[in-house]
Structure formats: C-alpha cells, structure tokens
Design a protein around this ligand. Sequence first.
Ligand code: SF4
Length: 438
Amino acid sequence: MSAQAPRISFVSLGCPKALVDSERILTHLRAEGYEISKRHDGADVVIVNTCGFLDSAKAESLEAIGTAMAENGRVIVTGCMGAEPGQISDKFPDLLAITGPQQYESVVGAVHKAVPPAHKPFIDLVPEQGIKLTPRHYAYLKISEGCNNRCTFCIIPKLRGDLVSRPAADVLREAEKLVKAGVKELLVISQDTSAYGLDIKYATSVWREREVRAKFLDLSRELGELGVWVRLHYVYPYPHVDEVIPLMAEGKVLPYLDIPFQHAAPSVLKAMRRPAAQAKTLDRIHKWREICPELAIRSTFIVGFPGETDADFEELLAWLEEAKLDRVGCFRFEPVDGAAANGLADPVPQEVKDQRWHRLMQAQQAISARKLKQKVGSRIKVIVDESAGRTAKGRSMADAPEIDGAVHIQSPLPIRAGDIVTVKVDRSDAYDLFGQVG
Ligand code: SF4
C-alpha cells in the first residue's frame, strides 16, 4: 500500500441518544474514507463521546479521556460533558477540541482539522461540498470498503485494498438507527455497490429474525422496507443490476441509478480497464426504462484519457445522445500519483481536453433541458433541503444532493428542511425545476 486512510478510534459512553450521535459521526467519517480503528494506539485521532448525567458517568468519561490522552494524545471530546467544557479542559488542557451534545457537525469539523480527508475528484464517494454540509435529513451509508477492480486511472485498490463488504445485518442496523434519528434519505455508497458481498460469498446474517444475504438485490430490498428514500450510488451495469429495477418500479427504492460509465468507446473503456466494459449498455438502459419509465440515470465521464481519439470522443457524444442520461458530470483526465494510466501512450493535449469537456457539457445541457421540460405540468415529490419558510430549495427523486439539480419551491404554508412535499412543476431550465407546493 502506498498510503493509508486516516484512522479514527472512537469511545462511546452514555445513553441511547448519545449512541445515535456516535453512529451519526461514525457513518459520516466512514463515508468520507476514514477508517475506524479498534485501538487508540496507532489511530490519527481519538474521539470520546462522553456522558455527564451522573457523577459516576462523569468519572467514567474523564477516565476514558485520560486513557485516550495517555495512549494516543490527539483527542477530541464530544457529548454531554462537552456542554460544560471547563470541567474537562481544567484536567486536560491539551485536547484538540471539545464540542457539546448533538453537535456532530462540529466533531466532524474538528476531525477534518486534525486529519483532513484527501479530496480526489475521480475517486471520492462523497462530493466535497456534501462533506461539510450534510444536513440531518440525509446520510451516506457505506456498505463496503476497497475494490476488486483495477481501473487504470484509480489508486483506490492500492490505498484501500480489495473489496471488504460489511455484513448485511450491520448495514441494516446502522440504517435503522439513522432512520430513528430522523434521516429521511439514505445514500448508499461504496466503490462498487453492485459487487457488494462478493468477497464474503454473499454470506447471510440475521436481521429482524430472518437471514439476509449480503447481496445487492437483497440489501436494496431490505433498505426499501425502512420507509425512507433509498438512493443507490456507484452501481456498475452488471447483469444482476437488472433485478433491482422492479424494486424501483414498485417504489421501494428511488428510481435512480448512479452509474459511473466514464466513457462509451470500447477502446477507451478497455484502456481504462473498466468493470462491465463489454456490457451493451444502451440496450440495458432501454430495457430498464421500459420496466421503470421514471428511472433517472446519473453518470460521470472522463474526457482526454490517454489515447482517446477524435473518433472515440465522437462515439461518446453519439452514445450520450442515444442514452439521454438525466444527470452527467464530466472530468478532464488528470494523472493521479501512482495510477497505471500515467504511463499510457498518447496523452491528450490540455486544449483538446478543454474543447472536449465543453462540447460534452454543452451537449448534455441540451439533453438535460429537454428532459426537464417534459416534467413541466406534472406533480412530483420533493425533499426539502433548505427553507426560508414559504420559499425553499429541494430535490426530486431524480436528484442526489450536491451533484444533481434542485427544485425551487413556493409554498402557501411554511415548510422545513427534511419535509417531503408534493410540488406542481411550473417551469424548468437546463438543470433545475421550479414549482408550487400543492
Ligand atoms: S471501480 Fe475502478 S474507479 Fe472505482 S474504485 Fe474500483 S478501481 Fe477505482
């Protein structure tokens, strides 16, 4: 391994409420690429979630902080005792930070300050803005670490190793806790979501008194029973992905697939060594849409990959016209330290990369505008992200936070972040919708 993910050790003391906070902090950090360590020794930071309800609980909290200071020395304290920081800082003046209860955002901020997450545009699972601002009504749910693929532009397998899936019951328990804590939308992430469970041979674990396989379809089905929006990210078009489309048609999971296609020209996909590169993706997309017409597909692409010819790029544009994806992000290829693609022949000059990027974005903008126009006059469900009372900004089922479009809403009654409302769409532009609640 050429570098290690930052490691966090965590001590959680106190009541179920504090546990929910702990879970929230851990879920968030895991999604950002931090590893959770069982030992203080060797961790980059220790977080102690304290309880201050009784004197005995306070003593236990102080003891836990003392142990963390002795064994590691880089310690962040949060939880109930953090409401009176003086009690702690008198005894431990060298703590990195002290935050109060239910302040998971401040804890995450303190961790970022102590050990920043490295943001790498091709390989990060959580958008940079999303990391800082994740509101309480949605949460990223990470189902596995590492990756069995070896895409030539990516160093994740070198950094994190091969796929390690979490048992299904573990993921489901975490999801249930998040839902109990008020989360209304779960964003399922991993490097390769459709490969979930392969490494553990789809082992079963017990959840709600039944055996659940660690398999993409089974996990999606169970998550779909939790009564919240479930959005699937980083799905590769393996054949078994077809099985999840009926769940979308039934309304169990959101009719949304985030598939990082990265390219469409077979020679470029081969040079990238992409998983499922041979799949006849256009046929598959057409079939999916027959089963679930409201399916929204988002993807990302890389232009200017070494060896990408004009003809390859034209093929990509033609593919996009045919695929009519709902949401598209595009990167210009850039070498990442340690990636195999850096040594490939025929690098594409920067100005050609720029031209291709602009052409792709323009083409996709026109597709997006046409698709959104078709929604004018319809009624759609919208989850509210930010509200100023009677005006608010939210997202439809077709929009993931931070990376997709928005729905700008007017409402006769005040609405709050986290509410799910029905909106009549009056107008659209290239990326956003505008409408009224009702
Ligand atoms: S699928 Fe490819 S791009 Fe994604 S993490 Fe694995 S190796 Fe990297």
